[in-house]
Design a protein around this ligand. Structure first.
Ligand code: 13P
Length: 262
């Protein structure tokens, strides 16, 4: 292991799930388990409606709060949208940008990802920028080219200081919600490539400190082998994050791998 690793970064993307009571209960259960996985950075990403309930439940704990999307304008006549400053006001420190479900189902493009990433940074949020190929791109051998394109268009032109606050999440679309996880080798190939790209653009320090998450059917059973890979710094967990026990087990298994020699 050549670089200094921070503890595993484990984020739970709850997607469009949970009412207020359920969200607060899940957040409280995660908070209770935090002492066991204290070296992990834990982020909960509820739907907008539950942000306030989760903020209350995690208050005073080491658990952080994120949102699933933001609009690039600060305020104005944009019915249905939520801005970066509003998320900060609600207690968020992180925001997902360009999740594949937003790209595939809601017309998000690399250009909107770029605007939202900048807006998040300007508001003082850390954007978790999602990239990843669809199955046809993988089968055609175009995975790295697709990810390069998403990185170049979504993050191109950011300063080194801004880049230090960006988290990249590699989520192969074919692995999301399918139960079909990328193998550790498949994920590591892309993660190492992303880190190389950051190194080429921003230098060694930025690359070594960059947090690159894997997402796509992460569960307790595959957390350890995935985290053993050199360039996997944590996980963006979907379905398995809706169960406190499973989510904490993912963190625990990543921590076990972190404490072993990478
Ligand atoms: P699953 O863990 O349910 O595959 O979802 C991954 C994801 O999209 C996280 O953002």
């Amino acid at each position: 292991m050549t670089r200094e690793k921070k503890g595993p970064f484990i984020a739970g993307n709850w997607k469009m799930n949970l009412g207020l009571g359920e969200a607060a209960a899940l957040a409280r259960a995660v908070v209770e388990a935090v002492p066991e996985v204290g070296d992990c950075a834990i982020v909960l990403i509820p739907p907008f409606t539950a942000i306030g309930a989760v903020a209350g439940a995690i208050d005073g704990s080491a658990v952080a709060l994120g949102a699933q999307d933001l609009h690039w304008e600060k305020k104005g006549a944009y019915t249905g949208e939520i801005s970066g400053p509003m998320l900060v006001d609600a207690g968020c420190a992180y925001v997902l940008v360009g999740h594949s479900e937003r790209r595939q189902l809601f017309g998000e493009t690399d250009e909107t990802v770029a605007r939202k990433t900048r807006a998040a940074l300007e508001a003082g949020l850390s954007p978790i920028v999602c990239v990843g190929e669809v199955l046809e791109e993988r089968d055609a051998g175009r995975t790295l080219a697709r990810v390069d394109d998403q990185l170049a268009k979504g993050l191109g032109g950011l300063s080194k200081e801004d880049m230090e606050r960006v988290i990249v999440a590699y989520e192969p679309v074919w692995a999301i919600g399918t139960g079909r996880t990328a193998t550790p080798g498949q994920a590591e190939e892309v993660h190492a490539h992303i880190r190389d790209r950051i190194r080429a653009a921003y230098g060694n320090e930025a690359a070594d400190c960059a947090i690159i998450l894997y997402g796509g059917s992460v569960k307790p059973a595959n957390s350890h082998p995935l985290f053993k890979e050199k360039d996997i710094d944590g996980f963006l967990v979907g379905g398995a994050s809706l169960d406190a026990g499973g989510f904490v087990d993912i963190a625990r298994e990543a921590l076990r791998a972190h404490r072993e020699e990478k």
